[in-house]
Ligand binder design. Structure first.
Ligand code: FRU
Length: 518
């Protein structure tokens, strides 16, 4: 009862941040030492998975698992933010609150273009959210599927009075990923049976009545529960055609420890999903520790690339992160495509970042031939791209957030055939599970290149043309701003690099120390 009243007040007075801020107040609210400058984080409180990603009437909507009352997991509700470019987000009042002991878990938002649900009246179309309601009932813990709808571009939501729409009387049955099947004129839902390591598919004509179609799994990695499935069609890069991708969160048991996300590539015939037999048809959406439950946007223009956003965190330590007054942030949006080459199939990710490139920072490349030469000093956020331009047996890479005692190392280990991010000396590493080097196997035939997006508390790496995505949180001392390539000596001349200072999405909240100033 207490929490219900508080949520009502919260919504009524629009206490969620960002809605009516002056640029100055916004800058201050988002200027703490570890506050992400190019990634979305709520102004305050806890967030986990992104939910209900949808592009509608020119706006990208990011709903997210949110606790309106504190910075730990609980009272799960849907927070809300909107953007016109997938970079600059404005947080809006709470969208769908926990109510009557039913928490609002992860789910989707679809555009019901022809009012198939009958919920849109008097409008002809509306947004419909399909989410898991999580509650403790006299018969035990229950997870059911429910609807809420909005007739005003996602600003106000009403829960469907006949909820739930799908109830198997199960304790674990969650995270519906719903989309419109253009070919068969049908709604399709992929939903997780977490402990059975299965994704179930359901059909519906009206979003209210759901008919079971098939189950996928167990398959691939089954070391932990399966959560947050997402089914989407991904185009082949530069070629005709596409394949279906089924992405599934795994927690714990991911290769780097804790939570992670695997993908399967194959065919979906409207009823069941079959994994391709090609090499690379099973892989990891991210080889870092900190990208979980990424899902794709509904409502994207036909023929365009799908776009994903994930929760930049790991259930290993999410509640222990020392950030305040917020806890949790989202990954950058990534455009997806498929690569098919001599190494097989792979999902390729390209972060949306170019509009934030502010100034190209010259790199003192001659310093590379001196031992410990730093090529620039720059405070985050920035983008650093580098690639090997003539083949060599030598490992190479870069140390960032560098101050002689601390650094984060990112590179290619040629002897081991690995790409890696080593954050064991990165600064704050005392949180259990944080002190790690994450690795991914390299495909020898693919280029040795890497795009790095460096924020105040994260490194997002896209190596080998984005076929390796690796996202890691990092908590460096704020003065560790040097950039140092290795190895030093003539070998490094074989590496080309570009550096850009990025504009803060919170408008000037970055602390510019200036390039090469030390
Ligand atoms: C994944 C998850 C989902 C669930 C949500 C609850 O991180 O456990 O399965 O819907 O978080 O917050």
């Amino acid at each position: 009862m207490k929490s219900k009243t508080a949520i009502a007040l919260f919504t009524m007075f629009g206490f969620a941040s960002g809605a009516s801020y002056s640029a100055c107040a916004q800058r201050e609210a988002y200027d703490q030492p570890y506050r992400p400058q190019v990634h979305f984080s709520p102004e305050r409180n806890w967030t986990n998975d992104p939910n209900g990603l949808v592009f509608y009437h020119g706006e990208y909507h990011l709903f997210f698992q949110y606790n309106p009352f504190g910075d730990t997991w609980g009272h799960m509700s849907w927070g809300h933010a909107v953007s016109r470019d997938l970079l600059h987000w404005r947080q809006l009042p709470l969208a769908i609150p926990e109510e009557n002991g039913v928490m609002i878990f992860t789910g989707s938002v679809v555009i019901d273009h022809s009012d198939t649900s009958g919920l849109c009246k008097p409008a002809k179309e509306c947004l419909v959210a399909v989410y898991t309601g999580d509650s403790n009932t006299p018969d035990g813990h229950r997870e059911t599927q429910n609807l809420a709808y909005s007739l005003d571009d996602g600003r106000n939501w009403k829960k469907y009075e006949r909820n739930p729409v799908l109830d198997l009387h199960l304790a674990d049955f969650r995270d519906p990923s719903v989309s419109w099947d253009e070919e068969r004129h049908d709604w399709i839902m992929a939903i997780s049976l977490p402990k059975e390591h299965k994704v179930s598919f359901y059909h519906s004509k009206d979003l209210k009545q759901w008919v079971h179609a098939s189950d996928f799994g167990p398959a691939g990695d089954t070391n932990g529960v399966w959560e947050c499935p997402d089914l989407l069609r991904v185009p082949l890069d530069g070629k005709q055609g596409s394949l279906w991708a089924l992405m599934v969160g795994l927690n714990p048991g991911a290769p780097q420890g804790g939570s992670g996300e695997q993908y399967f590539l194959g065919e979906f015939d409207g009823t069941s999903f079959k994994v391709s037999k090609e090499r690379g048809a099973h892989g990891w959406t991210n080889y870092g520790k900190d990208d979980y439950c990424s899902i794709s946007f509904n409502g994207m223009p036909a023929g365009g690339q799908p776009v994903l956003i994930g929760w930049m965190n790991n259930w290993d330590y999410a509640s222990k992160l020392q950030t305040s007054p917020w806890r949790g942030q989202m990954s950058l949006a990534r455009k997806l495509s498929l690569v098919r080459d001599q190494s097989g199939l792979a999902l390729a990710q390209d972060p949306v970042i170019d509009p934030l490139r502010k100034t190209a920072v010259p790199l003192q490349l001659e310093a590379l031939s001196c031992s410990k030469g730093s090529v620039a000093t720059l405070s985050p956020p920035y983008e650093l791209d580098f690639e090997e331009v003539s083949p060599s047996e030598k490992s190479f890479g870069v140390r960032i957030y560098y101050d002689d005692q601390h650094w984060t190392e990112i590179g290619f280990d040629k002897a081991k055939g690995e790409f890696y991010i080593d954050r064991t000396r990165s600064g704050e590493t005392s949180i259990p599970g944080f002190d790690v080097k994450t690795t991914a196997p390299v495909a020898p035939g693919r280029p040795y290149n890497c795009k790095l997006i460096i924020d105040r508390s994260s490194v997002e790496a896209f190596a080998q043309n984005g076929t390796i995505a690796m996202t890691n949180l990092v908590y460096p001392p704020t003065t560790s701003n040097r950039i140092v390539f290795f190895p030093s000596g003539p070998e490094t001349a074989k590496v080309h690099a570009h550096l850009w200072k990025l504009a803060s999405i919170w408008q000037g909240g970055d602390r510019e120390h200036g390039a090469n100033s030390r």
